[in-house]
Design a protein. Sequence first.
Length: 303
Amino acid sequence: MQYKEHYSVMEKDVLEFFSRFDKNAELLFADLTLGAAGHTCSLLRNFPKSKVIAFDQDPDAVKNAKNTVPDELQDRLTICPVNFSSFDQQSETKEKKFDGILMDLGVSSHHFDSPERGFSFRFEGPLDMRMNPSSEIDTASDLLESLDDEELLEILYTYGEERFSKQIVENIRNFQREEGRIENTKQLENIVFHAYPKKLRFGRIHPATKTFQALRIAVNKELEVVEKTLPSLYSYLTPGGMIAVISFHSLEDRVVKHQFKKAVVDDSTLRILTKKPRIPSNEEIEENSRSRSAKLRVIEKKV
Ligand SMILES: C[S@@+](CC[C@H](N)C(=O)[O-])C[C@H]1O[C@@H](n2cnc3c(N)ncnc32)[C@H](O)[C@@H]1O
């Protein structure tokens, strides 16, 4: 399925940080989260002699970019179809120095719009949620089988901030005992819906929203991957080079904040450029409600 028209979150802000670079220099960027290629194309267009090495672990994103990135930009784009946690193991990054490295974390709207990927309870689909469906990690359905009650509760509480976690876990276990494995999105939606008190089932946010978010973060080990990858990136920066990270979840932002703080203590050549995270303008939030929880943090290698 081709990706729909796409709005890249905080694109202007990222470009503003990168505006210190000479427009016509032969810059090298890494976009660790290619997605619908919005940020990648914006970098290639705004810096006409730059090259981008882009990563995405989702084969759909890679295929889409190969088909839709305009021909005149393709020869400056290299795609690594892998998890960005292996950034430092790729031949494409070996012995390279980058002027800008960008992470725009999480899943893309394409994931939510594809029933077969199992990210959304809007459609019936397998309860999968792996960003890379051919990887051998556990699916959301597998996790519901293999985790014990404590582990599942912890995931729903911490990644979902779900206050009805206990009731949800209880209902999940009842279903598994009576009907077997939870295989699809609609089964889980229904279980969570009925775990909510009757008077709260029809609120502004659907009861299953937080559970689906929590499971997705757990399936893809989203926080662990960011925590592991950031420290491996600093040595790839040119003097004046920057790493910009856009996160959408308070825990994710906390990981980025702590990693950056630790980095500047360990390495005096690094400096944080965002004391407080940059957030999207009201105008951007109005245009694209998905940007409302975005936070941008930037670190640089001093010149
Ligand atoms: C929010 S979207 C990026 C959107 C993109 N910046 C744009 O403007 O179109 C995040 C993308 O990063 C990918 N992704 C998330 N975590 C990843 C990881 N650890 N390794 C590789 N790709 C990842 C997802 O598959 C998704 O396509």
